[in-house]
Write a protein that binds this ligand. Structure first.
Ligand code: URA
Length: 233
């Protein structure tokens, strides 16, 4: 069982890790009254504090390390840290969160032209666990197809024999649900590169729109495009 007593760390380390400032700026921020104690206790840069005790501009601090964010990713944003690749999903978060250490990263990726449920975390162990091929989390995608279904796609996808171009092993069984002849949902438990688009390409079709509606038990639940909320995993 986890120790429920909040751990104490140096104030400058805490604020630095949350991206508020660099550690050496803390003294000036204390002097200017930007950083205060909830009970007005005296503070110095090296005072050992817990997250809950500190206010920044009179407000509680951003969520502590171990954050998990559920975002409704809009089309056109990329799941990369490289600004050269265009608008980033990280641009939707508070600017300060880009400076956090450990860094916030996406749990797997959605293509630039895929919308929907995206998870982000600064928890390296969680990230590793959920992106490992061993961890088979069901993910549901809503796809719009360029051509009407032929009728055999469901059988091919559940067979566990579908080979994608350039891959050494077949796709694990996936569940196709038909809405109409050009609209489907597909549940997959892997996260191969462009997997849903490539699965439809492998059966002679083309995905024209793709949206992820769930990740394990998690759903968007009314979250609008571009919005996010904190969640637990
Ligand atoms: N499959 C795709 O083709 N693209 C995604 O973004 C996710 C799954």
């Amino acid at each position: 069982m986890k120790n429920s007593k909040p751990s104490k760390v140096r104030l400058d380390k805490l604020l630095g890790s949350l991206g508020y400032c660099v550690r050496k700026e803390v003294s000036a921020l204390l002097r200017d009254g930007v950083i205060t104690h909830t009970l007005n206790l005296p503070l110095k840069s090296d005072t050992k504090v817990s997250h809950e005790e500190i206010l920044y501009e009179g407000e509680p601090l951003d969520p502590p390390t171990g954050i998990v964010i559920l975002m409704n990713k809009p089309l056109g944003l990329v799941c990369s840290h490289d600004e050269g690749e265009g608008r980033l999903v990280y641009d939707l978060l508070p600017a300060r969160w880009r400076l956090r250490d450990p860094k916030i990263s996406t749990i797997g990726r959605l293509d630039k032209e895929t919308s929907g449920l995206l998870l982000l975390t600064d928890d390296g162990a969680l990230l590793h666990r959920l992106t490992s091929p061993k961890h088979k989390v069901p993910k549901v995608y809503e796809a719009t197809l360029d051509r009407p279904l032929k009728g055999n796609e469901g059988e091919i996808f559940t067979s566990g024999t579908l080979m994608l171009n350039g891959e050494k092993s077949p796709c694990l069984p996936a569940k196709l649900t038909i809405i109409d002849e050009t609209h489907v949902t597909l549940e997959i438990t892997e996260g191969r590169y462009h997997q849903v688009r490539r699965m439809f390409a492998a059966v002679g079709n083309h995905v024209t729109a793709l949206h992820r509606s769930s990740f394990g038990e998690l759903r968007l639940e009314g979250l609008k495009e571009g919005e996010y909320r904190l969640t637990m995993l």
